[in-house]
Design a protein around this ligand. Sequence first.
Ligand SMILES: [Fe+2]
Length: 188
Amino acid sequence: MSRLIEILLEEHRNIEKLLRVLEQELDVFDRTESPDYEILQAVVEYLQDYPESYHHPKEDIVFEKLKLRDPSAVARIGDVEAEHQLETKRLRRFAQAINDILAGREYPRQSFHNVVRDFIDHQRQHMHKEEQLLYPAAIKGLRAEDWAEIDARLNNKKDPLFDGIAEKKFAVLRQEVLRWERETQASR
Ligand SMILES: [Fe+2]
């Protein structure tokens, strides 16, 4: 398998870990109405930053190549870039809901539940679709020269998408959020 696809799958697993944090906090919200909003905020900020800047652009590289190599597969998959934009919107709505609550503004209970649930579910569906449709189509449809070109970017330490700096920073952030959630859960 292409190294880029392996990286993308690993990134999905990391996003899934954070979705589980959201889900646990949503569960607390549903039971007690007092989740840790700062943990929710930290996850939202991570997701606004990392996938937007480092994950989606990698998928867009694959998607652009696939448009040239297998337009019918692209037609079946639909518009990945547009879906990414929709995810961004959902995340913005989620961030706004947390800001409202932290600022003491009234936010209907059911609406907050729906905003969080909606984000988690769509994010999962979106990743599932990419794993079921986009990645296999790319593995099948991209040519050796496409992968060679992608690998050249992967190996270029000056390419900000692959220089490893962001990766290290976000790995630390992710570990911090996951530890914070474990400790918060343990103290409840
Ligand atoms: Fe993805």
